[in-house]
Write a protein that binds this ligand. Structure first.
Ligand code: ATP
Length: 314
């Protein structure tokens, strides 16, 4: 009906602009299979991105320099065909620089600078504070005083908490602890404890249980990064987790999952395609060999039915 009457099927307001973020000469390149790669790489057009052209527009237009990169789409529109920013009347749009994790190093610090410095003219210019051009974006961010407190790290966690699941948030938090030297890890943890441990919250879990599970999870992530949780003084006393205890709690959690009878019986009513996929996947599992499978098919043809049966069997 909506199509017949030509109604708008989807609409997003205000428009959200996703802004390119890359280090110098590390832009994404799209090309056709038949293109000559030497020509692609030599082309000046290929080297243009929203970010390089943001710098260029700032060099050319003084009035552009009063804007942050994320504010740019309010006054300029990106022309993808010609790869230029064209001035427009003030528009209600939201500019958002694509995310970068602290784990990525320089790209993450470039993003912090772009979020705070108006009108940069080039990659080098954004690294320049007074007369000093810092060798790295991280040092430039430090010279600008953007890393003195944990505000940028809080912003990073805050933004991630809007869309990341608790498990990913905990990984991000561990990454921040290891790579970003927060001045006050405990404060950062306390601020985001709720978001980071919401998957441990059940009607029967006490706050002590939740905290223990959280600490155990962070501890094992930190361990995989070669660090000990006690280095960061998240709580008043040192914590230690027995490896066997950690493993057995994961196994217990798995055993606690209730498998519906219908999932156990599902494999009895498979169609030939489901049967084929089921046997191929199970064969790898039973031989303990690694493999990757891709299951595709139109909606309603039984993909989830197959997954449930596999999970029940495994
Ligand atoms: N072999 C089967 N025997 C009996 N019922 C089945 C079988 N395969 C699928 N079904 C049923 O068909 C319906 C659709 O299946 P399912 O939800 O698994 O499809 P899907 O491919 O995952 O769909 P979508 O892509 O829309 O998520 C479900 O009710 C499921 O129980």
């Amino acid at each position: 009906m909506w199509r017949i009457y030509g109604f708008i099927l989807n609409e997003m307001y205000p428009l959200v602009y996703s802004l390119h973020l890359h280090l110098e000469d590390q832009y994404l390149v799209a090309f056709h299979a038949h293109d000559d790669l030497n020509n692609v790489l030599r082309s000046d057009f290929t080297a243009k991105s929203m970010l390089t052209e943001f710098f260029l527009t700032n060099q050319a237009k003084e009035n552009a320099r009063r804007l942050l990169y994320k504010e740019f789409p309010e006054a300029f529109v990106w022309n993808q065909q010609h790869k230029i920013w064209t001035p427009i009347k003030k528009k209600t749009v939201i500019g958002s620089i694509v995310t970068a994790s602290p784990f990525e190093g320089e790209r993450y610090y470039l993003r912090i600078l772009l979020n705070h410095i108006k009108g940069p003219l080039s990659f080098d210019h954004i690294k320049t504070v007074g007369n000093v051009t810092a060798p790295t974006f991280r040092e430039a961010a430090t010279l600008h005083g953007l890393l003195q407190r944990d505000t940028s790290l809080q912003d990073c966690m805050q933004e991630a908490s809007l869309y990341q699941i608790p498990h990913s948030l905990r990984r991000l938090f561990a990454t921040i602890l290891v790579y970003c030297n927060p001045t006050n890890p405990r404060e950062l943890w306390e601020y985001f404890e709720q978001d980071m441990s919401s998957d441990f919250q059940t009607s029967v879990a006490t706050s002590a249980d939740i905290r223990t599970k959280f600490l155990r999870s962070i501890s094992s992530t930190l361990e995989s990064m070669g660090k000990d949780i006690n280095m960061f003084h998240l709580i008043d006393h040192d914590v230690s987790f027995d490896q066997n205890e950690t493993e057995s709690s994961e196994i217990n959690d798995e055993f606690a999952v209730l498998i519906p009878e219908e999932d156990l019986m599902a494999s009895m009513s498979f169609n030939p395609e489901q049967q084929h996929a089921y046997e191929s996947i199970l064969q790898k599992v039973l031989l303990n060999e690694s493999a990757a499978f891709f299951i595709d098919g139109p909606g309603g043809t039984g993909k989830i039915f197959l997954y449930k049966a596999l999970l029940a069997t495994v």
